[in-house]
Write a protein that binds this ligand. Structure first.
Ligand SMILES: Cc1cc2nc3c(=O)[nH]c(=O)nc-3n(C[C@H](O)[C@H](O)[C@H](O)COP(=O)(O)OP(=O)(O)OC[C@H]3O[C@@H](n4cnc5c(N)ncnc54)[C@H](O)[C@@H]3O)c2cc1C
Length: 465
């Protein structure tokens, strides 16, 4: 197949989510000729259109309109708005998404990255066809970064209609706020939405066949999350397998039948049992690349696949499947392609779970250190003891430092509560520098702040030795 010079690129990126954007911009900054292929109206990927940005903005709207944090002061019945509608909540997300899309478009334009609108699929070695409403073009790439992301995993047996039974991509299209919500899947996405709806006063029942939620997180933090979600009326049914989901016309209710014989009823159901990679739509057979069962692409430490001129980054390569890590993977893939040395510092990836309350962590957990027979001590700061925690109305949050009792070296930071995902980065820096908790003891922190929790926790830890 003939490809003209105009359609030849040093790098062709498939997908404009966080991984694709950063791969493209990094290569463009190295003066490479770069194209990004993206479907119509999908610039920014899942991150901007259906995932991170809409869900986190929705959360901000929930926190503001429900007045949840203010209730500590103004009473349980306090809310900024009495009857909160889906329109009130989605309005804010739409505004932020529109602005984010403009920012991304402008960044790509400024860096002279060509955006090709359409569906990309491989048609031969180094060649991708871009199929759009206006026809098809074949582009040649010296190298490729596949950053095609994922979509919600569906099951033929689950009658998703986007109205009463919906997935996480459809939350923002709901016309009304359900009175009761069944959430199937207590992974990060399921839990985040469960907590947001619970904060709005929706009666939430959370179902998962796994007995443990968030198994990568600190147990004490997860217990506190469960406690706080129960306070908001959430019912947990963990270790319960859902065998069928349906809609009862007569009662006008959705139901989930469990293997244990129970049936859970509700007004609506969110199906959030994981995501499937979009690699099945890329005709990868044309280049001899074979994804695994869920469509994930296998890459080495440089994000290179088994086909040397094809790299992959972001959710399509699996865990941790975060926007934060995807961006960095995309950048590192381009760095490797064009011969620039770079790497993500091992074990220093922070995790943010934007439930209400928020959770964040970096470094080792107590459970991990116990398994590995590594001695440790902990220091805790409770938000209730921090002036700022009281001002914010968060009297449940806490920060836990895990450290080596012999060397005082910081090993891990775990936080639940307001702004956890922001302040965790203070710990991340100290971990990256191989620092000790003496740094927190000796440093002067702004007062009053939540960051002060690091000092309080360090003093608590040192007092135990
Ligand atoms: C509800 C939800 C909440 C989330 N919250 C957070 C959070 O708070 N923090 C966080 O870090 N992460 C969060 N994530 C995860 C985050 O959104 C993803 O990790 C991130 O978007 C992955 O980036 P990506 O570049 O791999 O792909 P994506 O963002 O999935 O983008 C892939 C793009 O590729 C395009 N594409 C696919 N196939 C083709 C093709 N054949 N041709 C052309 N284009 C194609 C798609 O249209 C899409 O736009 C959340 C995800 C969801 C679903």
């Amino acid at each position: 197949m003939q490809v003209s010079g105009n359609n030849s690129y040093d790098l062709v990126v498939i997908g404009s989510g966080p991984a694709g954007q950063k791969a493209a911009i990094c290569a463009a900054k190295m003066r490479k000729k770069v194209a990004v292929i993206e479907r119509k109206r999908c610039i920014g990927g899942v991150c901007v259109n259906t995932g991170t940005i809409p869900s986190k903005t929705f959360r901000e709207a929930v926190l503001y309109l429900s007045g949840l944090r203010q209730r500590t002061f103004y009473g349980r019945g306090y809310a900024v708005k009495d009857q909160i509608s889906m329109q009130d909540l989605v309005f804010r997300s739409d505004a932020v998404m529109a602005r984010e899309i403009e920012v991304i478009k402008s960044q790509l334009r400024r860096n002279r990255v060509t955006v090709l609108e359409g569906n990309g699929r491989f048609v031969g070695e180094h060649q991708v066809e871009v199929l759009s409403d206006t026809g098809s073009t074949v582009v040649y790439g010296e190298y490729f970064v596949i950053a095609c992301g994922t979509r919600p995993a569906h099951d033929e047996q689950i009658p998703i209609d986007g109205v009463r039974i919906f997935d996480s991509d459809q939350v923002h299209e709901l016309q009304e706020l359900p009175r009761e919500l069944i959430v199937v899947g207590a992974g990060i996405i399921g839990l985040e939405y469960a907590s947001m709806f619970a904060a709005l006063g929706v009666k939430v029942t959370l179902l998962d066949q796994r007995p443990l939620m968030l198994d990568f997180a600190d147990r004490e933090i997860v217990e506190s999350l469960c406690f706080q979600l129960r306070q908001l009326g959430t019912v947990f049914r963990l270790g319960e397998k859902v065998v069928s989901v349906g809609f009862d016309q007569e009662r006008d209710r959705v139901f989930a039948k469990l293997e244990s014989g129970k049936t859970v009823h509700g007004q609506a159901l969110l199906y959030a049992v994981g995501r499937r990679a979009n690699s099945d739509q890329l005709n990868l057979e044309a280049i001899g690349l074979h994804p695994d069962g869920r469509g994930k692409l296998i890459v080495d430490q440089n994000f290179q696949t088994a086909v040397p001129y094809v790299y992959a980054a972001g959710d399509v390569i699996g865990f941790p499947a975060l926007a934060s890590t995807s961006m960095e993977q995309g950048r590192l893939a381009s760095c490797h392609i064009f011969g620039v040395a770079a790497a993500i510092p091992a074990n220093l990836i922070p995790y943010g779970v934007y439930t209400i309350p928020e959770i964040s962590m970096v470094g080792a957990t107590e459970e991990q250190l116990t398994r590995e027979k590594i001695p440790y001590e902990i220091g805790i700061a409770r938000y209730a003891e921090l002036a700022k925690g009281q001002m914010l109305g968060d009297d449940q949050g806490f920060l836990k430092l895990i450290f080596d009792p012999a060397t005082l070296k910081l090993l891990g930071v775990h936080i639940i509560g307001d702004r956890a995902a922001e302040i965790v980065h203070i710990g991340q820096v100290v971990l990256a520098m191989g620092g000790t908790i003496e740094y927190f003891r000796d440093a002067v922190f702004n007062y009053p702040t939540l960051a002060e929790a690091f000092k309080v926790a360090a003093l608590d830890g040192l007092n135990k030795l």
